[in-house]
Design a protein around this ligand. Sequence first.
Ligand code: AMP
Length: 423
Amino acid sequence: MNQRIHAVRGMRDLFAADVAQLAHIEAIFREVLISYSYVEIRTPIVERERLFNRGLGSTSDAVSKEMYTFPDRGDEILALRPEGTASVVRAVIDQDLCYNDKPRLWYSGPMFRHERPQAGRYRQFHQIGAEALGYTDAVIDVELISIMTEIFDRLAISSSVQLLMNNIGTPESRTEFKRVLLDALQPVSHLLDDDSRNRLQSNPLRILDSKVPATQDILKEAPKLKDSLSDSSKRRFDEVLQLLDRANISYTIDDRLVRGFDYYTDTVFEWVTEAVGAQDALCAGGRYDELTELLGGRPTPAIGFAAGTDRIALIRQHLTEFEHRSVDLYVVPLSENAQEYSHEVAKHVRGSSNIKVREHIGQDRLKTKMKWADRSGAIWAVIVGDNEVANRSVTLKWLRTERTQVTIPLAKLTQTLTNSGER
Ligand code: AMP
């Protein structure tokens, strides 16, 4: 036998109930985003590497350590996208979508990062995100947060998620803060964990979200990001928080919340959960007022979020009942003569309801056919033989309860199934 070929590490095959769960989550995102008038955008999975180098910052983990890059047939280096915002902004600039408009967009698709795989962390994972470009008003920050709040509500997990809020200021105030932070941490660098010590030069802000207790202790004494904020950043933060209060959205201020990408300015936010292990971040976002200009477009203030649907699926598996059935009704033709009529029955039910109908295929004995019907998970089977063909009727059998079978006219079948309340 030839050797089997397995999936690439960190990239999963998803089946049946997992796919149904993700599809359900995606459908809710789509419904809520569309109800807020956000417009879907689909960008390529492959981009030029330099889009991410420039957009996300070459010192971010996603770019410096985790990006899947490869040379094109020519000499250009391409990358599998590690996130969605840089692509959306590139497309907005390419298509000049901000000319005369302030687009509010959403996207959904796979992202790729060469991280160490574990539960809730994959090398191919799925994000759904929203981006609003051209808005400075704090009201848009709260609109995006309201959208996600509504989505968590509709997914029945809002009591298990917590919204963290922070303001990380402008690139100028951050440069100043990085200097002050470095001055404070360098003398005690031998006490920091290895990752944080490496970040001293490359990305000192990320030290703030270190989870290592010894580093956290040192940070208690270190200068605070909030003390470096300009008056206008402070005002903006207050305004956003007041609007959240007015919208009855609860949050926790976390002055150590920073983001992995360089492009964020002022408002940043994140939803976390304690319901699933170490990978606790479900959705992250913030303002990126300077990214459009950085990528060669007109200066355009903007804000967005990205949610990880794989992790949302994990927490829903822990917390909510989710029943998935791919077959509701299994149609069994008794003989070859009844085959044609069996197609007609299946087509009739599909055309008059959203009942999921599977037809038996193959010349098996009745016992075998009924075994397949049972194994399909269907609620009902419909059996059609010569009598049913002659009378345009069906024999309806309940597969999960003791009810006795009935023979009814085909015209009554859909109504009988939908009225039974069994789906
Ligand atoms: P980020 O783009 O890093 O801000 O991440 C936004 C969200 O995407 C996170 O809150 C996670 O829910 C999800 N996410 C990020 N990286 C991964 C990964 N490797 N596997 C699964 N989900 C991820």
